[in-house]
Design a protein around this ligand. Structure first.
Ligand SMILES: NC(=O)C1=CN([C@@H]2O[C@H](COP(=O)(O)OP(=O)(O)OC[C@H]3O[C@@H](n4cnc5c(N)ncnc54)[C@H](OP(=O)(O)O)[C@@H]3O)[C@@H](O)[C@H]2O)C=CC1
Ligand SMILES: CC(C)=CCC[C@@H](C)[C@H]1CC[C@H]2C3=CC=C4C[C@@H](O)CC[C@]4(C)[C@H]3CC[C@]12C
Length: 590
């Protein structure tokens, strides 16, 4: 039996507004007691009425519900109590849904109602609001939801109305990011990772065009086939390797999606297979490093095809049409994506797969392969390379160990699937996040023992802050605030927010622990760890420090995005959080 949860009222002026709902067999619908007296329910049979507020519908079929809401002096205003909007098919609800989403949705059950497992633990901790009497807080939020539907505000999901500057920014990113990754590749493979030497060479060359063309990596069959096998194998492992089912955050349209969480098993399996293949001489440890340029071409081809596929799929075969966002700019839509959770079937999720499989599993494999290539060159592996492998490994293994947590971070809970994640995961992540290992292959250095200890301590300390802060947030939400943080009961702000289906949900914001120090103290830990990864390469070149510069920009941009989104999502509760925790990143500074 499935609990129907709260049903949201939609206010409008017509006298006979109603909704048609197709209910599954055995569906249990909970109705707020304050609404029951004036409920008109037709076309189904009530088998049992329990406690005056709950009734059980046995027969599948259409259901119309209407109720008188209130008088406004000019006549009667009617309300419709409806299940989530994918169920709404007719009457005035249709007009409202059409306005808020740009389309009329077919009556179908949202995933949150299709699976009973949502109710037996593991589901998102946020509940739909269940109340037995009028609650002014909830009513105010419901009214805000009504108004946003009626007057076309877009809610708290990804931006739709973008400025000219944002459009230009998208075009800039589409051009700048491939150029930068190409330049870094050229710098390492031709100039030992010097950032100035390539430019210098172009300026002093008699044939600058030829010099520039000579940097272009050439595709090779071996790298292309190897890359294709890699992606296909990871795609299959994503499906067949056992793992639990985790749940993301409620989407702006109200979905609560299940994810296959088997990353740690796949990560271990892949690394063991690599080690065994090297041990038995099937491949050399340096195989990835030796085919680096050909792999760059193959990854780019895949990244661009995936971006185009994501865009076309969003238009013609969307998985959840209500969660799409069209901005009106093809460049912005290509860059930031249109579909929120593109999927094949119920569980093969493009975003989790690409964010969390071929790119990030390859991260430590690439490091190990460059270490293998360094070993072939020097006869040993430098302590700096070991440090880089360790710090990257800590970060990546943590990611897989806590994969369920990742489902509720910005990437999965907010970002749509476009070039940013498609190309980003397939090219940017494996080729830019591994720059330190690439650098150390071309410029091997051994750190003094005290420098190595300092880098190690900084990295582990940063990691501890990163993990502790992330854990505090996840813990407080999974226990509904009933937990202790640093030995004291967690302090939280209880919030309500609405999804675009008009449903009202509860959530909470932590105001103690690291989340009482600043809005994103987890980023401070990440930045310290990122700096340690770069510092492991010594102080001779700028290139290995690219990662900390990039992370600083990326995380600051995220703070800005998250603030904007949380303000729209939580309204006055976010204001209260900002009053209680005024700093965004570094307490006392910013
Ligand atoms: N190496 C890399 O390239 C990158 C790594 N990262 C790391 O990944 C991790 C996840 O990052 P990210 O998704 O950006 O951020 P978070 O996991 O910190 O998620 C931010 C969201 O948490 C919720 N939130 C904000 N304040 C509170 C609070 N006080 N209590 C409870 N919830 C709150 C808000 O969303 P809501 O309420 O809707 O849940 C907010 O948007 C971070 O540790 C980061 O360092 C991030 C980006 C890049
Ligand atoms: C410029 C450009 C195209 C950006 C690339 C986008 C993605 C490759 C990265 C954006 C966000 C990154 C991540 C976020 C959070 C993470 C959790 C952490 O524990 C491990 C790393 C990561 C998954 C990280 C991976 C790269 C991104 C998806």
């Amino acid at each position: 039996m499935i609990d129907g949860g709260d049903i949201c009222p939609l206010r409008h002026s017509h006298k006979t507004a109603h909704a048609r709902l197709t209910l599954v067999e055995g569906f249990k619908l909970r109705v707020k007691r304050r609404c029951l007296s004036s409920f008109l329910v037709q076309h189904y049979s009530i088998e049992r009425l329990s406690g005056g507020t709950t009734f059980l519908i046995r027969t599948p079929g259409p259901l119309a519900i209407g109720r008188q809401h209130q008088h406004d002096g000019r006549g009667q205003r009617q309300s419709v109590r409806s299940l989530p909007p994918s169920l709404i098919a007719i009457g005035h609800c249709k007009a409202m849904v059409a306005r808020s989403t740009g389309e009329i949705r077919p009556p179908k059950l949202p995933p949150a109602l299709e699976t009973t497992s949502l109710l037996d633990g593991g589901a998102e901790e946020e509940d739909e609001v269940d109340q037995t009497g009028p609650d002014p807080e909830v009513s105010a939020v419901e009214e805000r939801a009504d108004e946003e539907r009626l007057y076309g505000k877009e809610g708290w999901g990804r931006e739709k109305d973008i400025s000219a500057g944002t459009r230009l920014g998208a075009i800039f990113m589409l051009l700048f990011t491939p150029t930068l990754s190409f330049y870094f590749l050229a710098s390492c493979t031709n100039y030992q990772c010097s950032l100035s030497a390539p430019i210098w060479d172009i300026f002093h060359s008699a044939h600058p065009m030829q010099t520039w063309l000579s940097w272009f990596p050439t595709p090779t069959w071996r790298a292309s086939i190897g890359y294709a096998l890699w992606v296909i194998t990871q795609g299959i492992l994503y499906v067949i390797v056992p793992g639990k089912i985790g749940y993301g955050q409620r989407t702006p349209a109200g979905y609560l999606l299940p994810y296959r969480v088997n990353g740690l098993n796949v990560y271990i399996l892949t690394h063991v297979a690599f080690a065994v293949s090297v041990y038995y001489g099937i491949i050399s440890a340096g195989i990835i490093a030796h085919h680096w340029q050909g792999l760059f071409v193959a990854a780019n081809v895949y990244g661009y095809l995936l971006t185009i596929f994501a865009y076309v799929k969003a238009r013609y075969w969307p998985s959840h049409p209500e969660d799409r966002k069209w901005s009106g700019s093809i460049w912005y839509d290509l860059m930031m994506g249109v579909e929120f959770n593109p999927r094949i079937g119920k569980l093969w999720d493009f975003k989790l797969f690409h964010n969390g499989r071929p790119g990030i599993i390859a991260w430590t494999l690439i490091d190990i392969s460059f270490a293998g290539a360094q070993y072939e060159k020097l006869g040993y592996v430098t302590n700096s390379m070991w440090l880089v492998i360790f710090l990257h490994g800590l970060y990546v293994v943590d990611f897989f160990y806590n994969e369920d947590w990742y489902l509720r971070t910005i990437d999965i809970a907010h970002d749509h699937f476009g070039y940013y994640l498609a190309w980003g995961d397939t090219v940017w992540l494996p080729f830019m996040y591994t720059l330190q290992a690439q650098y150390l292959f071309y410029n091997p250095i051994d750190l003094e023992w005290y420098a190595a200890v300092a880098v190690f301590s900084l990295g582990v300390g940063g990691y501890w802050i990163f993990r502790t802060a992330n854990h505090q947030k996840d813990l407080v939400r999974s226990t509904d605030g009933k937990c202790t943080i640093w030995g004291k009961p967690a302090q939280v702000i209880r919030t309500v927010y609405v999804t675009s289906d008009g449903a009202v949900h509860k959530s909470l914001l932590l105001v103690s622990g690291f989340w009482g120090w600043s809005h994103q103290f987890n980023y401070v830990g990440d930045l310290l760890l990122s700096f340690a990864m770069c510092a492991a390469c010594g102080l001779h070149h700028l290139l290995p420090y690219f990662y900390i510069i990039y992370m600083f920009i990326l995380l600051n941009h995220r703070i800005w995005r998250s603030e904007k989104r949380c303000r729209a999502k939580y309204g006055k509760y976010w204001e209260e959080y900002c009053e209680r925790v005024p700093y965004k990143l570094i307490p006392g500074v910013y």
